[in-house]
Design a protein around this ligand. Structure first.
Ligand code: DX5
Ligand code: ZN
Length: 217
């Protein structure tokens, strides 16, 4: 499978949300990544259901919703109804992770689990058979525009081996500080989905930047 591109709406111009989503619709982007922050799990607050629902109504690409919130199990059905295709929760935010990912799947969504930069991938061993995607945070979650943490590359390689050794059908996504410089090595190391916020929405030509991330040039 060729790798997928998921631009992160957090870096979009919110005074022109309609045209930003229209740009995504017309681009080679595979998904649209939506960052939900609660001011508790992460120090920042982003946006909630009204924005996700509005985006759902105009976006032609699947919505990849990344929950950076405490006790995400409270809101799974709400995010399904708001339009999420992929719903990712944080390993560090879930006491009963198996129950939560099972519920996400039974609601008809794909289930993702995200790891903060300090959380080792070996902790995923027992949950891998039950998920569709692992999101490796390559910055500390909470803000866009941060610098990629270079040690994350080892985590991608380690996780790639864990998945391939068992033959699991699990995507690897990376999020934070992804740009046209580090994208090739990330994909080469085993990443399936690149999230990119500022690299895409801060570019002079976002559509061409998405094309370059897709073609790795
Ligand atoms: C950070 C978010 C990211 C963010 C990425 O907590 O999860 O999705 O939007 O932004 P960039 O690509 O600008 O680092
Ligand atoms: Zn994200």
């Amino acid at each position: 499978m060729s790798h997928l591109i998921a631009p992160s709406l957090l870096a979009a111009d919110f005074t022109n949300l309609g045209s930003e989503v229209e740009m995504i619709n017309e681009s080679l982007a595979d998904w649209l990544h939506l960052d939900i922050m609660d001011g508790m799990f992460v120090p920042n607050i982003s946006f909630g259901f009204p924005v996700v629902e509005a985006v759902r109504d105009i976006c032609s690409k699947p919505l990849d919703v990344h929950l950076m919130i405490e006790k995400p199990e409270r809101y799974l059905k709400r995010f399904r109804d708001a339009g999420a295709s992929y719903l990712t929760v944080h390993y560090e935010a879930c006491t009963h992770l198996h129950r939560t990912v099972s519920e996400i799947r039974s609601l008809g969504m794909k289930a993702g689990v995200s790891l903060n930069p300090h959380t080792p991938v070996m902790l995923l061993k027992d949950i891998l058979p039950y998920v569709d995607m692992i999101l490796i945070m390559t910055v500390n979650p909470g803000y866009g525009g941060q610098t990629f943490i270079s040690g994350s590359l080892n985590k991608v390689g380690e996780l790639r081996s864990m998945i391939d050794e068992e033959g699991y059908d699990v995507l690897i996504e990376v999020d934070g500080g992804v740009d046209t410089q580090n994208a090739p090595i990330l994909v080469h190391t085993g990443v399936d989905v690149l999230v990119a916020g500022n690299t895409v929405f801060g570019a002079e030509d976002p559509v061409d930047t998405i094309r370059r991330l897709k073609a790795l040039i």
